[in-house]
Design a binder for this molecule. Structure first.
Ligand SMILES: [Zn+2]
Length: 279
């Protein structure tokens, strides 16, 4: 096995973003994340972007690829977690792909608590066109084409996760965050933990619209070393704030409230990263 010690590097990309990168070699996996600054709210290189020749600033890339009329207050475009297998399989977690899952169609106007939310914030102006202003995303990570997704009855072994083994690699990345004009929080984050015999990822979308609604979409990925697959468990939870009977002041953090939310959907898949027959 290759070295398990993470190495650190700094680099400057073609734009003006300084990116901090960390990675670890873990058996057949290369696991890395980048940390970057916030997405600008305007085009930073108009002269370049207006040429329309495939050279765009981050802001213009987001505008071109997303159909929602507003982005969250804080988007970290290069906060990306990537897990690459020597077979060529690649799993990554990217705020741009996550925001592609935010509803931007006319249906989004039916966002369940929209009216209540607008009543609760009389200063808020209605968006010019309908979209899901909570930025709710059921994004489960981006998979390369060579990963086979299968149904499974196997479940993540949470007893293994609780063991106090040595942590080889850990990080918690925020992909985007919005405070809903001080009326709550909408946040997508991803945590990675690499241990001597497994790696584990938790992608979590958390929404709290104060006094209205609490929602979470969580994707857990678990891979035991020396197996050829990753278990992916997706759980969606949601509750009206009044049914929860927890004061808003006691649900500032996702961990305070998610354990108390009723489960709406839970589904586990097996992501096969390498064919059984391969030697
Ligand atoms: Zn631009």
């Amino acid at each position: 096995m290759k070295s398990m010690f993470p190495h650190e590097e700094s680099r400057v990309d073609s734009g003006r973003f300084t990116t901090n990168s960390q990675s670890i070699e873990y058996g057949p996996w290369h696991i890395s994340y980048d940390v970057s600054c916030i997405l600008p709210s305007v085009c930073s290189t108009k002269v370049v972007c207006e040429r329309n020749d495939d050279q765009f600033c981050q802001f213009c890339i987001y505008c071109k690829q997303l159909s929602i009329p507003h982005f969250p207050d804080m988007v970290f475009p290069k906060n990306i977690l990537t897990l690459t297998h020597t077979s060529g399989a690649k799993i990554h977690f990217d705020p741009l792909d996550a925001l592609k899952h935010v509803a931007s169609t006319a249906d989004a106007i039916e966002v369940s608590c929209s009216e209540a939310w607008l009543e609760a914030r009389p200063d808020a102006s209605k968006p010019k066109r309908p979209f899901d202003w909570t930025f709710s995303t059921d994004y489960k990570g981006t998979l390369s084409d060579n990963i086979i997704v299968e149904n499974t009855d196997e479940e993540i072994n949470f007893e293994i996760l609780k063991r106090k083994d040595q942590i080889l690699f850990y990080h918690d990345l925020t992909l985007f965050e919005d405070e809903l004009h001080d009326h709550g929080v909408s946040k997508l984050s991803v945590k990675v933990r690499v241990m001597p015999c497994y790696w584990y990822v938790l992608l979590r979308y958390f929404l709290r619209v104060d006094n209205v609604l609490v929602r979470s979409y969580e994707t857990r990925m678990f891979h035991m070393l020396n197996t050829n697959y990753v278990l992916r468990e997706f759980t969606s939870k949601e509750s009206n704030a009044q049914d929860l009977k927890i004061p808003t002041s006691q649900m500032k953090e996702a961990d305070d409230v998610i354990p108390f939310l009723p489960v709406k959907e839970k589904v586990t898949h097996k992501l096969i990263v390498e064919s059984e027959t391969k030697t």
